[in-house]
Design a protein around this ligand. Structure first.
Ligand code: ADE
Ligand code: ZN
Length: 326
């Protein structure tokens, strides 16, 4: 459709993307062979079948298992490069990807292997594709504070390659304040902070992400709608929410895209943005997320442009790059 090609052409920004979640089934198989890792799937059809989760934890179990095929620096380079090529195809000009070091260091892959592979691809992405980036390291919230501190320690020689830290994995039972001290240390080191909050968890977790972790953005945040005072606060402070429509319907945060609240939040003048989260698992990259909103919620061009402007405002790039993107 005309809108669909307009959405592909529209210059876009991505602020919520897990690199491990951009591992496509074909690369999963190729890396399994390359590294001699056993997979519980024999073909792409079986992978597709396994990708039929209806809640966050079911997805995470499969996502962490698949990540085991990532072993060498070249693997992390290839993963990141494939994502950047997709961005080029969809006119995504700036990205702020997440990675989960503990998923790899806990099985013996060195922190340096992970970050050097990712960083080299991001550097090449800037030079060869013109895509700028800021990298964010996430702590896994189902692990303890000690493990997060150890991860921050491992990151010390690489601080120049990192813009911020985030918090992801199983939200229920793991409130943001579990990591208040690690986040305070990260901020002392000059890192910005973000956290997944209000995806499956309650609006209260958005408050504690803001007040205890001092986040610059909230990842997901859609459950803010349950708390009128929080909605007022988010509007007055223009605290950004990195919303992921296809992720939310795949994980049944909303039963159908028609029920998604992103355009309601936009109408309330909250700084919402569109992102893909884990595109290989949830059915699409940036363009597909915008298209889903156009199909189910009649997203128009004015709204799409505002959503991208919000992403520029919310991004961690410098003022000069923001000017170029505007
Ligand atoms: N890790 C990767 N994707 C995630 C999500 N949507 N929520 C929590 N942790 C994640
Ligand atoms: Zn996420």
């Amino acid at each position: 459709s005309p809108l669909s090609s307009w959405l592909t052409q529209l210059p876009k920004i991505e602020l919520h993307l897990h690199l491990e979640g951009s591992l496509e089934p074909q690369m999963l198989f190729d890396l399994a062979v390359r590294n001699n890792v056993d997979l519980p799937y024999v073909n792409v059809q079986e992978v597709t079948k396994a990708f039929q989760f209806t809640q966050l934890q079911d997805f995470l179990d499969i996502y962490y298992q698949a990540a085991q095929v990532l072993v060498t620096e070249q693997d992390f380079y290839d993963l990141t490069w494939a994502y950047l090529l997709k961005c080029k195809e969809q006119n995504v000009l700036h990205v702020e990807p997440f990675f989960d070091p503990q998923t790899h260091t806990d099985r013996g892959v060195a922190f340096s292997t992970v970050i050097n592979g990712i960083d080299q691809a991001l550097t090449d992405g800037k030079e060869k594709l013109g895509i700028s980036s800021e990298l964010i390291m996430c702590f896994l919230r189902h692990l303890d504070e000690k493990s997060a501190f150890e991860t921050l320690e491992q990151a010390m020689p690489f601080l120049a390659k990192l813009k911020g830290v985030g918090l992801d994995s199983s939200e229920l039972g793991h409130p943001p304040e579990k990591f208040s001290r690690v986040f305070a240390k990260a901020r002392e080191l000059g890192l910005l902070t973000v956290a997944h909050a209000g995806e499956e968890g309650p609006a209260e977790f958005i408050w504690t992400a803001i007040n205890d972790l001092k986040v610059s953005r909230v990842d997901h945040g859609v459950n803010a709608i349950q708390d009128p005072e929080l909605i007022t606060y988010l509007r007055q402070t223009q605290m950004p929410l990195t919303v992921c429509p296809l992720s939310n319907t795949k994980l049944k945060v909303f039963e159908h895209m028609q029920q998604h609240n992103i355009l309601d939040l936009l109408a309330l003048d909250i700084c919402v943005t569109v992102n893909s989260d884990d595109p290989s698992y949830f059915g699409g990259y940036m363009t597909e997320n915008f298209e889903a909103l156009a199909q189910a919620l009649d997203l128009n061009q004015t709204q799409a442009i505002k959503l991208v402007q919000n992403s520029i405002t919310a991004s961690f790039c410098d003022e000069q790059r923001k000017q170029e993107l505007t």
